[in-house]
Design a protein around this ligand. Structure first.
Ligand code: PMP
Length: 391
């Protein structure tokens, strides 16, 4: 038997300090920066694409629901947590997207975990784009399936992995709009490959829902796949809808299966009344203002073109997200800080959040950005660019 070292209790977590030093040396320390209630900065970092998080109708619906139903939902959906609000939101989400049914979760992360694990298992092969969101990767890790993560946006690699799989069932997983560079997956082509190979397709439409497709119905709807019997969509309620929570949208039998088996649904307290009501209200706004989503895409395109014209390595966005490559993790942090000092809040992605190891600024466009906002943003981002940031 190996002797266990006699560590005094106060030293049990010493290894955390050693890890923290390593992260500091690699420029990977993360800081939590509280946002004031009335931000003075121009926000190009959040995911409130339609500006609905502060919309009085949406916030008012949240407040009214909290007063009527309580501040918490009090239990899981299967015990005391199911409210009419949840059912109404599920019906509305399904109807809006043109799908049979929907199920809401307490976050998009939980929706992804639940969908991936419930729709796969030891008899399954999962094939994913290697740049899928962390929540889907965690789902794959928990799934007990054979998992192959293949080259980014390469349908032939998905086809190859599917046709050489050793398991009878198969699930292909992709983001619709990838969260770092904002590029769109070839959903139509992927759906075709899935069909040829007897696989289901799971699409995380977190960054497409509310931004792409007719009236913001999302990338899956735009690809004509929202009522497909073999396609399942996940969304978050916390980006375009300005609320909190997530949902799985798809065939009725998939949703029934999730109610019975998805552990992040069954063992999780139901979505709070305020969040459900906010999402429902935001969906109403989206329906009454179908031009909002187009403005997001237009603003993102203009911002990216101007940054590129200034020589920066900016991605060309398919939706709201733009990335700008930085020469190093430290340079990215300093760049983002310098932007903040000049009144522009931008995101900063470093390893391990960027799978290819290239640190980036991450910018997000909103529907309500003005031309003056865009001009100011381009001036500040360009003037604070570190050496080596231009192409
Ligand atoms: N999927 C993607 C692509 C995301 O970007 C996010 C949020 N960053 C999530 C899922 C998780 O959603 P939520 O924040 O609602 O948990």
């Amino acid at each position: 038997m190996t002797e266990s070292p006699q560590l005094p209790p106060e030293n049990v977590f010493d290894w955390l300090d050693a890890e923290a030093e390593k992260r500091a040396a690699a420029g990977l320390v993360r800081r939590l920066r509280p946002r004031p209630a009335q931000p003075e900065e121009l926000d190009l970092a959040g995911n409130d694409y339609l500006g609905l998080a502060r919309d009085k109708r949406v916030a008012g619906a949240a407040a009214a629901a909290a007063l009527r139903w309580g501040s918490g939902s009090t239990g899981s959906r299967l015990v005391t947590g199911s409210l009419e609000l949840h059912t109404e939101l599920e019906l509305e989400l399904a109807r809006f997207c043109g799908a049979q049914a929907a199920l809401v979760f307490s976050s998009g992360f939980a929706a992804n975990l639940g969908a991936v694990t419930a729709l796969s298992g030891t008899e399954s092969a999962i094939v994913t784009d290697k740049y899928i969101h962390a929540s889907l990767i965690e789902g794959c890790r928990l799934s007990r399936a054979d998992v192959a993560a293949v080259a980014h946006s390469t349908p032939s690699a998905i086809q190859h992995a599917l046709s050489t799989r050793r398991k009878p069932r198969a699930l292909v997983i992709t983001d619709s709009v990838f969260s770092v560079d904002g590029d769109l997956a070839p959903l139509g082509e992927l759906a075709g490959i899935c069909r040829e190979n007897g696989a289901a397709l799971l699409v995380d439409d977190a960054h497409g829902f509310g931004v792409l497709g007719e009236g913001g119905r999302g990338a899956v709807h735009a690809a004509g796949l929202s009522s497909a019997p073999d396609v399942v969509t996940t969304v978050t309620l916390s980006k375009s809808l300005g609320a909190q929570g997530g949902a799985v949208i798809g065939p009725r039998r998939v949703i029934k299966h999730l109610v019975d088996t998805a552990r992040s649904f069954i063992f999780d307290t139901a979505l709070a009344p305020a969040s459900a009501a906010a999402a429902l209200s935001a969906l109403g706004v989206l329906k009454s203002e179908p031009d909002l989503p187009g403005k997001v895409v237009e603003n993102a395109g203009n911002l990216a073109m101007q940054l590129k014209a200034a020589g920066l390595r900016a991605s060309l966005p398919d939706a709201a997200v733009i990335s700008v490559q930085a020469p190093s993790a430290e340079a990215a942090v300093a760049w983002a800080e310098s932007c903040a000092e000049h009144g522009i809040r931008v995101g900063c992605f470093r390893p391990p959040s960027v799978p290819d190891g290239i640190s980036r600024l991450r910018l997000t466009a909103r529907a309500d950005l003005t031309e003056a906002d865009l001009d100011r943003a381009v001036k500040v981002i360009t003037a604070s660019a570190p050496r080596g940031a231009t192409a």
